[in-house]
Ligand binder design. Structure first.
Ligand SMILES: [Mg+2]
Length: 294
């Protein structure tokens, strides 16, 4: 990238050191004073043409999404994001201003949760834009919520309406970190995941990890107005809500009779996922194909 040294100098001015991070960018590695606590680590990559379309989505939106996907994983485990590092593979025709806008997008998402970007790397190539973020989180007094704790009889809940995120919400969403922390603190949550792959797939992740099955009540699934708007594509709003990806709401299970959050189903002993229809018959709920058509 032309002006790479200018870019690195600019990045340094953007990264104040703190008690937690005595040395951010500027040396071979950042230094972090990690508190005596569990560290939770994850990485997530967004690809041009798969997770965003650089012809339509601006660099700030792309950077924000890349960071928010990682922050949403922090929500899924009810941890606190502390620091992140970002790596960008930049198409050769994108210059330093584009890279700065990407960084500012990453930064705007991270700042909302006091998460510091403590390092990164940028390289130019002949391929398309790729942004990869690694996140470091801490438990901070709450036992991380796994996918594997759902028990027979637990209730199944979501934090908001689902479906149709492709109309724009997949680029701009709020990671449910505060909500996750509050739920985990106040309720006997047994398993949790953020809805990135779609309800039918992500519930399958919980069911398999927990060695249980689940039945979803079709009439209880909250359908987003975007899913209703998408009806014109011939897929019902309910199917959009069940199978679309990237809602970034939380899906969780709780011990019976505890959560008043939107209940959409319950955990059963019989393996597999089932959809209970309004006439009380049950049909298999197969994971729908999560496909972006950007
Ligand atoms: Mg996740």
């Amino acid at each position: 990238m032309a002006g790479e040294f200018d870019f690195i100098s600019w990045i340094r001015t953007q990264q104040p050191s703190s008690a937690l991070v005595p040395l951010a960018a500027g040396d071979d590695l950042a230094i972090v004073n990690w508190p005596a606590d569990l560290m939770l680590v994850g990485v997530d990559q967004v690809l041009d043409g798969v997770h965003f379309d650089s012809a339509r989505h601006g660099p700030r939106d792309i950077g924000r999404k890349a960071m928010n996907r990682n922050l949403s994983d922090c929500a899924a485990m009810a941890c606190v994001p502390v620091a992140a590092v970002a790596s960008v593979a930049l198409p050769r025709d994108r210059g330093i201003d584009y890279a700065k806008q990407l960084y500012l997008g990453l930064r705007s998402a991270a700042d909302a949760f006091d998460c510091q970007i403590i390092g990164g790397d940028t390289g130019s190539w002949d391929g398309r834009l790729v942004v990869t973020v690694t996140i470091l989180g801490r438990a901070d007094g709450i036992e991380p919520v796994r996918r594997s704790g759902a028990k027979v009889g637990d209730t199944v809940h979501v934090t908001g309406p689902l479906g149709g995120s492709i109309l724009g919400r997949h680029m701009n969403f709020t990671p449910r970190i505060q909500w996750a922390r509050q739920l985990a603190r106040e309720l006997p949550i047994t398993a949790m995941i953020d809805l990135s792959d779609g309800l039918s797939r992500d519930l399958g992740h919980i069911a398999r990890a927990s060695g249980v099955g689940a039945v979803i009540d079709a009439a209880a699934v909250p359908v987003h107005e975007d899913a209703i708007e998408l009806r014109r594509d011939g897929i019902s709003p309910l199917d959009h809500a069940l199978h679309d990806g990237e809602d970034y709401e939380l899906l969780f299970t709780a011990a019976p009779n505890h959560s008043t959050m939107l209940q959409i189903g319950r955990i059963i002993e019989e393996p597999g996922l089932w959809l209970q229809q309004p006439d009380a018959t049950r049909i298999p709920l197969d994971p729908g194909g999560w496909e972006h058509t950007l």
